[in-house]
Write a protein that binds this ligand. Structure first.
Ligand SMILES: C[S@@+](CC[C@H](N)C(=O)[O-])C[C@H]1O[C@@H](n2cnc3c(N)ncnc32)[C@H](O)[C@@H]1O
Length: 290
């Protein structure tokens, strides 16, 4: 359960009746959330929302004009630029915050083991979106390969990295389909210390469509093949009907020939200030390091 996200810039205030109410820095956002089935606990709080999203009407509310050019928040030690997108997102997934300490510790442990012997810890970040993970790991000194098929997402992630003083850090910014890119890296014999995947249920890779249900097993097999024996992998998904146990099972199948402990699986549940919980999918993670 992610109950420590309410640090600085973000807070889930309430959820219910098919929507969630969240503060992202200067803006209070009311938007649909299909999994918010319970009644609202704090109905009065919703009146203060200055940004509302509706699938038919798009964004409305007194904050829209001010939000469109973008605004900044600081979460978990990272400065992020946000803006309202046509899909009803703002560029930050709070459920990711619960994985950041684990990711930092994976990089730190490997950096420590190598000491001055370089090379740096190499991470492949797939479906990398606006780059929270990329920024956090680059802050830790890792060299990150950031892959997303949307040029706008990659540009956004670059701005986020730059906002954190990482404009000159070695980050490879790749606009490509993750399946095509991972397969190419496998053919080139590349190896990574860590792979992160945050696949949506459906997406566009440019030349080919992405469907989690059809394509995740093969992509995972390719990704586990890209890992050093002591590598690590984080798989998260927030799509309806995808349970953490399913992610763990898929990961175990792809890791069949590897050594190391079993994957850890868990829910990415958010706790609201009003006292409710919101299911945000889950994760499976694995580290081959002893
Ligand atoms: C952050 S992930 C999804 C986050 C979250 N797991 C969810 O389900 O909403 C979405 C990102 O994946 C990217 N994406 C979708 N399909 C892709 C593909 N085939 N190859 C590369 N990136 C893709 C999108 O451009 C977007 O930035």
């Amino acid at each position: 359960v992610v109950d420590d996200v309410a640090v600085d810039g973000y807070q889930l205030l309430d959820a219910g009746d098919g929507a969630r109410l969240e503060r992202f820095g200067a803006h209070l956002v009311d938007r649909p959330h299909a999994g918010a089935l319970a009644p609202r606990r704090d109905p009065g709080a919703w009146r203060a929302a200055d940004l509302r999203f509706d699938r038919d009407g798009g964004w409305t509310g007194p904050g829209v004009a001010g939000a469109r050019p973008g605004w900044g928040i600081r979460v978990a030690g990272v400065d992020l630029r946000l803006r309202p997108t046509s899909a009803g997102q703002v560029g930050f997934f709070p459920e990711h915050v619960g994985q950041l300490d684990w990711l930092r510790s994976q990089v730190d442990a490997r950096t420590e083991r190598r000491k001055d012997a370089a090379p740096s810890v190499e991470i492949l970040n797939l479906f990398a979106h606006t780059g929270l993970h990329t920024t956090v790991l680059a802050q830790r000194g890792a060299h990150v390969t950031h892959v997303d098929s949307a040029r706008s997402a990659v540009d956004w992630a670059r701005q986020n990295a730059a906002a954190n003083g990482l404009a000159d850090h070695p980050i490879r910014w790749i606009v490509d389909d993750v399946r095509a890119y991972a397969a190419r890296e496998a053919r080139r014999g590349r190896r990574y210390d860590g792979v992160i995947l945050d696949p949506p249920a459906y997406g566009h890779g440019g030349r080919q469509a992405w469907r989690l249900a059809d394509h995740l097993p093969d992509l995972l097999a390719t990704c586990t093949g890209l890992l050093h024996a002591d590598g690590f992998l984080l798989l998260s998904a927030h799509s309806e009907g995808v349970r953490p146990g399913d992610l763990g099972t898929l990961l175990v199948r792809s890791l069949r020939s590897s050594t190391g402990p079993a994957p850890e699986v868990g829910d990415s549940t958010l706790v609201s200030a009003a006292g409710g919980t919101l299911e945000m999918g889950g994760y499976a993670r694995w580290s081959g390091a002893s």
